[in-house]
Design a binder for this molecule. Structure first.
Ligand SMILES: Cc1ncc(COP(=O)(O)O)c(C=O)c1O
Length: 392
């Protein structure tokens, strides 16, 4: 049995109605759209922005070129740039720190907690007179401790730009990711929980001034056809992609529910492997949408190779800690600065958890992992908790 990490092949073969494939419905929508010639900004983008703002529960949603651009433009809109510092989590995709650097500011990393989000107890130590913002990341689709982060931001007069790129429809006690801070950034990359046929992103905010600034920044700073208010960029969400997204947005809740159900089945399947697998704590107050389903496991590299040999497309997000990448060399971090991030780099594994997984595929993953630990694992090795003891 082959268990793919990407669901794209299945997504567009999915039947929306009795005889129509999702792909055919979208092609029909695009055909109608082409006849309007309304290709930049325009009605369909506005329609999508309005629906997205409703989904997140904010006043404004502005479509931009990508999740990375959503972060960069949000920082720019808050006048954050050269000479400023932005605090973020050491465990994330490169785009978080890349966006901070792209704005001209310097990323300052803080270690992760056991649930793959920033350890908020370490944030205040990282604040200097140059700090202008905190960029918490909803890595894996889980939620950082936003109450605490907002308190810290208020105390030190800092902006909060949420990297909610992985967390469409995630929430804390019903309040959605991307609605807590000054701005939220979302990605519609093909492997995100709401995806388009290329790149795409969205800025969400309740701040009218910030929304107006994003509108200028994404469109060359143009106030109208003839007048330019500020220097800007070309980073509009393609209206064509808004057409694609409009067809999918009503399904977002089903997508997250399905992922949450799959994650629960996987969690339940691994509970009796405590000596080998650490399942991160699941908070009852958080709707974690499992853009990634990650576990900490013993003998990670061996398990990864074993799963791949059994046609299960497991992945590692990520094997090298971001502060130690070549691009961060000038920031002078050294081994030992981020113990939990470092631990994760050698122990985490990501399993397929997408909305198109079949029950027999989930069972196959659980059985294969049990087979690895119970029949192929060297039982003389240390159990998982001892492996981790040095970082506690
Ligand atoms: C945490 C995080 N931030 C930012 C991004 C950037 O989004 P995009 O690929 O749309 O630029 C991603 C994309 O994977 C991400 O995972």
């Amino acid at each position: 049995m082959k268990v793919p990490f990407s669901y794209l092949q299945r997504q567009f073969k999915q039947s929306e109605s009795k005889d129509k494939l999702l792909a055919d419905l979208i092609i029909n929508d695009i055909r109608d759209f082409i006849s309007t010639s309304d290709f930049t900004l325009g009605k369909k983008l506005e329609e999508f922005e309005e629906k997205f703002a409703n989904l997140i529960g904010v006043k404004y949603a502005l479509g931009v070129g990508s999740g990375t651009d959503a972060l960069i433009l949000s920082l720019k809109a808050e006048n954050i740039g050269f000479g400023d510092e932005v605090i973020t989590c050491a465990e994330t995709f490169i785009a978080t720190a890349g966006a901070i650097a792209g704005s001209g500011a310097t990323p300052v990393f803080v270690d992760v907690n056991d649930e793959f989000t920033i350890d908020e107890t370490l944030i205040e130590n990282a604040i200097t007179e140059k700090t202008k913002a905190i960029m918490p990341v909803y890595f894996t689709g889980n939620c950082p401790n936003m109450d605490k982060i907002l308190q810290i931001a208020k105390k030190h007069d800092l902006k909060v730009i949420e990297d909610s790129c992985c967390a469409i429809d995630a929430d804390i006690k019903g309040k959605k990711a991307g609605s807590f801070g000054n701005a939220g950034a979302f990605s519609f990359h093909p492997l995100k929980n709401l995806n388009v046929f290329s790149d795409g992103g969205m800025v969400t905010t309740n701040d009218e001034n910030l929304a107006n600034k994003i509108k200028l920044l994404r469109n060359h700073g143009l106030k109208n056809r003839d007048e330019v208010e500020i220097f800007g960029y070309n980073s509009r969400l393609d209206t064509l992609q808004a057409v694609v997204a409009l067809r999918m947005i009503d399904d977002v809740k089903n997508v997250s529910d399905q992922r949450i159900n799959n994650a629960k089945k996987l969690d339940d399947g691994f509970r009796d492997l405590k000596d080998f697998i650490e399942i991160p704590k699941r908070s009852p107050n958080v709707r974690q949408v499992f853009h990634l389903y990650m576990l900490r496991v013993k003998k990670r590299d061996e398990l990864h190779a074993f799963l791949n040999s059994k046609d299960i497309e497991a992945k590692i997000h990520y094997p090298i800690a971001l502060p130690y990448q070549q691009c961060c060399k000038h920031l002078n971090y050294k081994k030992g600065d981020f113990p939990k991030t470092e631990r994760d780099c050698s122990t985490i594994i990501t399993l397929p958890c997408h909305q198109h997984l079949r029950d027999e595929e989930i069972d196959y993953m659980i059985q294969t992992i049990k087979d690895f630990y119970l029949n192929h694992f060297d039982k003389a090795d240390l159990p998982f908790k001892e492996l981790n003891a040095c970082t506690k």
